[in-house]
Write a new protein. Structure first.
Length: 287
């Protein structure tokens, strides 16, 4: 069974800004020509957002913000909260109010929810695949530009956890950093000297020899890149709990269980955000 981490909501100003930009992109200078031409200004409707495929819900508040941006009086009643499972036909939210506003905000609302729910759904599949192991599924920085906060929130809705948010909140020394710095020892020493006491340091290694060198330093985590399950087991033993171990590379739904059973703490999966299919959702008017 998928265990949900506590969900901290997306910040209101962040949501409002993203929704405003998406609506501006869609409505342009002239507004919704079709709706304004065919629907009376004072017409009202009732509608529901429903799942058309099974999945995990994410982005309900963002969808609500899209409708309220065009008409704050629209009633938006949530039936399936973020993190909940939805089956085909399940109502996620009921909407009532001005027909023009609902029609004009529909696509923006569904675009956000479909993208975010797709990520949550795929994350949930990875989390279920490693159930019973000690490992945690985490995301990466392979996100859609401008939507990272939304996509990482969706990962949490699916039961996963977030890696660093950006380049600014943790040190991750990768192979190119090591090459440019002149080796593992120099890279770690420079990072430790530069970073404050609150900043965690992780280093990427490709071999057990590199890992042995890295573990002579005080580090918080080690990224074990593209290692076979047998090598991962040896790496976990070598680290011996002195740092968090993260497996990365070659991870998919067919391999993730075997990787988790090596004893690693974290498994980072870029596909959660760069390859998740959109969850099919629809907005249906009621008679």
């Amino acid at each position: 069974m998928r265990v949900m981490p506590e969900l901290a909501p997306l910040h209101g100003p962040l949501v409002a800004k993203a929704v405003a930009e998406a609506l501006a992109e869609d409505l342009g200078l002239a507004g919704d020509l079709t709706t304004n031409a065919t629907i009376p200004r004072d017409a009202t409707v009732r509608a529901s957002i429903r799942a058309r495929r099974p999945g995990v819900v994410s982005g309900v508040a963002v969808a609500g913000a899209a409708f309220h941006a065009l008409d704050p009086t629209i009633a938006f009643d949530v039936r399936r909260a973020d993190g909940a499972n939805a089956e085909p036909g399940d109502v996620i939210a009921d909407i009532a109010g001005n027909a023009r506003a609902i029609l004009s905000a529909e696509r923006v609302a569904l675009n956000f929810m479909g993208r975010m729910s797709g990520i949550a759904t795929l994350t949930g599949r990875y989390v279920e695949a490693i159930s019973g192991t000690r490992a945690t599924i985490v995301d990466t920085r392979k996100t859609t530009p401008g939507l990272r906060a939304f996509e990482k929130y969706a990962v949490r809705c699916g039961g996963g956890m977030n890696h660093r948010v950006g380049l600014f909140d943790a040190v991750l020394i990768k192979d190119n950093h090591i090459a440019a710095a002149g080796g593992i020892d120099k890279a770690i020493a420079a990072a430790r000297a530069f970073s404050g006491h609150m900043v965690k340091i992780e280093i990427e290694v490709d071999t057990l020899e590199q890992l042995e060198s890295a573990m002579t330093h005080k580090i918080d985590a080690v990224l074990l890149d593209n290692m076979t399950p047998d090598t991962l087991k040896k790496a976990v033993t070598l680290v011996g709990g002195r740092a968090l171990t993260e497996a990365s590379g070659g991870v998919n739904l067919e391999t993730v269980r075997q990787i988790a059973e090596t004893g690693v703490d974290l498994i980072s999966v870029g596909a959660l955000t760069h390859s998740a299919p959109v969850l099919d959702l629809g907005l249906d008017f009621m008679d």
